[in-house]
Ligand binder design. Structure first.
Ligand SMILES: [Zn+2]
Length: 299
């Protein structure tokens, strides 16, 4: 037998071991990133959306369905963020392990205190987030809470590696807490900074850094900006000026540019999630770069 062939067969024999990693399907990049922090080499994490896709609206394409079929653990934001596509994906996948109520099903919103929980009436008025604002990942304290849930679920699904997840989680918590102290210190210069947002996807960041949201370009979360509403926002910022129009990579920039042109307020693109800017390579980069870009507004 030729030597190369022996090597090839040996590699094939090793393949099942390499594939023994847990498959994690995240709805958004931040949760895939968190899964990698806690799961390390024992998991394979895939995100259904990228930073350049609107997590409220994606197509449940066949490749995604294949990922859902073989997933051991699902991690999403919840609170209705994925209401337009996740239920269909779960149903079609036929994968009982990641259904609600199972250890393989994590909705981050179930584990943190949500902001802006509205009544059912608001949804009929066009608000897509009546169950509460689901963009909870931009408060690093929430990341810490979900890290704990991810650790517990990994330990429950993959008992053999329980100690490994415990250790990875411990290391992450220590490093994350240090980073949070550092961010809070750097971000203190941003306290009270008035901003305009496109969609209300920054409320958790605003609360944590004490930014002041003056207006949103969307008349209601989920409704595209109208000229009548934009005119109102322009009037508002003329009365009470904002220092930045915050924008995320997946949003169309037309309305933000219009307001910027009329008011002179700069459009500031923030990563919003992991991968949104070249610097936001992981969760640490996400917060580092968000703060850097906000600090640069005055620089
Ligand atoms: Zn939203």
């Amino acid at each position: 037998m030729p030597f190369q062939l022996i090597i090839a067969i040996s590699l094939l024999a090793l393949t099942p071991l390499a594939q023994a990693r847990l498959n994690i399907l995240a709805c958004e990049p931040e949760w895939a990133s968190l899964a990698r922090e806690i799961g390390g080499g024992k998991v394979e994490a895939y995100s259904a959306t990228t930073a350049f896709q609107d997590p409220h609206h994606i197509q449940a394409r066949p490749s995604l369905l294949a990922r859902a079929r073989k997933a051991d653990l699902l991690i999403c934001s919840g609170a209705g963020l994925e209401a337009g596509w996740l239920p269909i994906l779960l149903k079609k996948s036929g994968n009982g392990a990641i259904l609600p109520g199972k250890p393989g099903h994590i909705m981050a919103a179930d584990h943190v205190r949500l902001l802006e929980v509205l009544g059912s009436v608001s949804r009929s008025m066009g608000d897509v987030h009546a169950a509460g604002n689901p963009h909870l990942h931009l408060d690093p304290r929430n990341i810490l809470k979900i890290a704990d849930v991810v650790k517990q679920r990994l330990q429950s699904i993959d008992k053999a590696n329980s100690g490994y997840y415990q250790q990875r989680h411990g290391g992450f918590v220590k490093k994350w807490k240090q980073a949070m102290t550092h961010w809070k210190k750097r971000g203190s210069a941003l306290r009270g900074m008035p901003v305009v947002v496109h969609h209300r996807s920054w409320v958790y960041l605003e609360r944590w850094l004490e930014l002041k949201e003056i207006a949103a370009l969307e008349p209601k979360p989920g409704l595209p900006p109208t000229s009548a509403h934009l005119a109102k926002v322009l009037k508002q910022v003329k009365k009470s000026p904002a220092r930045a129009i915050i924008h995320s990579p997946y949003q169309r920039q037309k309305s933000a540019n219009w307001l910027s042109g009329k008011s002179g307020i700069p459009v500031v693109k923030l990563p919003f999630t992991v991968g949104g800017t070249p610097q936001a390579k992981d969760l640490y980069g996400l917060f580092d770069d968000t703060i850097s870009r906000l600090l640069a507004v005055d620089g």
